[in-house]
Design a binder for this molecule. Structure first.
Ligand code: ATP
Ligand code: MN
Length: 479
């Protein structure tokens, strides 16, 4: 049998003193022809393996190079050296795969995140990315755990959609039509009847509309899948392909929706604090080191762990869009013209600099902004009594800006139809969506959490490209 290994994380936890074990992994460093630092991805802590002098052929020792893969059997003994409690005294060392140290792109030293982005196929083998992706995994697991415990149904909504009515962002077209001699209608437009699906299709920007169909049968559902936006925004918080979690709940109003979102965010943060402390401590130290390079006024007031605990222990600040505009307009920042986009007044869309001012300078905690002007929000949001605002809710996080966008949905058929007509959204395309309002409509609400932005918040990684395995951004789809 090949795999009777113990993972390094387990070995370090169980401390099976004097027992014989088999470990497998990749060499991080090899010192003095004797000490192998072995890593198998289960933890950042390397296992020290000792190859006693004289016990192994010189030809074998030469092949123990950085990132070579090894199978080692040996005995667990207390370590005499500093830095580790125990080590493995090797009895057999088998080279599973050689690694040419000269050609291997990563050296046992600190590399910049930019450099590692170009080596994304190997960056999982660094401590930073080891920690980030173990935390990403744990957050994904916690997402399912949270909704499962609440009795939500995990609904897999389609990735290819024919509705482009949603308006959440620019879409990527899905087609099998040829680029040359593309079939055309008499008026010169492309004849999508000849296309694979017999109509024009795109990659989804959101699973919400289909999610609402699920919610109006199961009561509570969530989606968790990839979404795509062809927006040409080369920022540190936008990807062309990102993962989104979208719960959708029947019998919820805006306040219920906000309560669920806050509880959800706190739950997944608590889960990683309890289960991934070693990785979070590593990332906290990494962030602290990175911030030392920054001028004093650009540094965070709290360390990473402190920030996460603060979020757990404090209520999110809730306020209306209208109150937010007043705060922004009256702020010294605005009066001193420090905003790139001046705060002109009620009705304007908030820029990310405004959101970050509210969260980072004014309230210094996560903010739930509610009841936005109808004119800047999507057609499906429920119109409030005042006739000019909708029951929308965005959650803004320190250092990130918007992480959640949600709303109570318009469940009144006549109001919805009128709104769609005003906004130029074709009724024929959404007949199936409108049917939920025809057959047993109910008050309902939902939101979308951008998974990568959440991971950024939890890990302290400032660029979204560093929290997804293989980022898709304008002009970049390597790997
Ligand atoms: P933004 O204004 O920041 O572009 P948005 O208003 O387009 O966001 P929504 O359409 O409400 O965002 O999407 C819901 C959530 O999905 C956002 O709150 C955010 O967390 C995430 N999100 C949106 N666009 C992107 C993107 N391009 N890359 C990564 N995450 C995104
Ligand atoms: Mn956007």
């Amino acid at each position: 049998m090949f795999n009777k290994r113990i993972k390094i994380k387990e070995l370090l936890q169980q401390e099976p003193a004097a027992q014989q074990v088999t470990v497998m992994g990749w060499v991080r460093t090899f010192r003095n022809n004797q000490f192998i630092a072995l890593n198998d991805g289960s933890t950042n802590t390397n296992l020290q393996v000792v190859a006693t002098l004289g016990m192994f052929e010189e030809s074998l020792l030469k092949r123990i190079t950085t990132s070579a893969s090894l199978k080692i059997t040996g005995t667990v003994v207390p370590s005499v050296g500093k830095g580790q409690k125990l080590e493995v005294k090797a009895e057999t060392i088998e080279i599973l795969g050689d690694s040419d140290a000269e050609a291997y792109p990563l050296q046992p030293k600190k590399h910049s995140l930019e450099f590692l982005r170009e080596k994304a196929h190997l960056r999982f083998r660094t401590n930073t990315f080891g920690s980030v992706f173990r935390v990403r995994h744990a957050l994904a697991f916690a997402v399912h755990k949270f909704f499962n415990e609440k009795g939500f149904v995990y609904l897999h909504t389609p990735i290819i959609t024919a509705s482009d009515a949603e308006g959440a962002g620019e879409m990527f077209r899905v087609t099998t039509l040829p680029f040359e001699d593309t079939p055309r209608n008499d008026d010169g437009s492309i004849n999508f009847k000849e296309d694979f699906f017999g109509k024009s299709t795109n990659l989804t920007v959101s699973g919400q509309l289909e999610g609402e169909l699920g919610a109006t049968a199961f009561g509570e559902i969530y989606t968790f899948g990839p979404t795509f936006r062809a927006e040409n925004s080369n920022t540190a918080r936008h990807l062309a392909e990102f993962w989104m979690i979208e719960p959708e709940m029947a019998f919820y109003d805006l306040e219920d929706n906000a309560n669920l979102a806050e509880a959800f965010i706190k739950y997944i943060i608590r889960y990683v604090l309890e289960n991934n402390r070693e990785d979070l401590d590593f990332l906290a130290q990494r962030l602290a080191d990175e911030e030392k390079q920054l001028p004093q006024d650009k540094r965070s007031e709290m360390g990473l762990i402190e920030k996460l605990e603060f979020v757990l222990n404090n209520d999110f600040q809730r306020l209306s869009y209208t109150e937010a505009i007043d705060i922004l307009r009256e702020s010294n920042y605005n009066k001193k013209k420090k905003f790139q986009y001046p705060v002109t007044g009620w009705g304007m869309d908030l820029q990310s600099e405004h959101e970050r001012y509210l969260v980072e300078k004014h309230f210094k905690k996560p903010v739930i902004l509610m009841n936005y002007p109808a004119s800047i929000k999507a057609f499906y949001m429920r119109i409030n009594e005042d006739g000019k605002t909708v029951a929308a809710m965005d959650i803004l996080a320190p250092g990130i800006g918007e992480i959640v966008g949600g709303s109570q949905r318009e469940e009144r058929l006549d109001v919805l139809l009128e709104k769609m007509e005003k906004m130029g959204i074709p009724e024929e395309e959404l007949w199936w969506y409108l049917d939920t309002r025809r057959f047993g409509t109910v008050p309902h609400a939902g939101f979308g959490l951008g998974f990568e932005r959440m991971i950024q918040f939890v890990t302290g990684m400032s660029n979204i490209r560093d929290v997804i395995a293989f980022p898709r951004t304008p002009k970049s789809a390597e790997f």
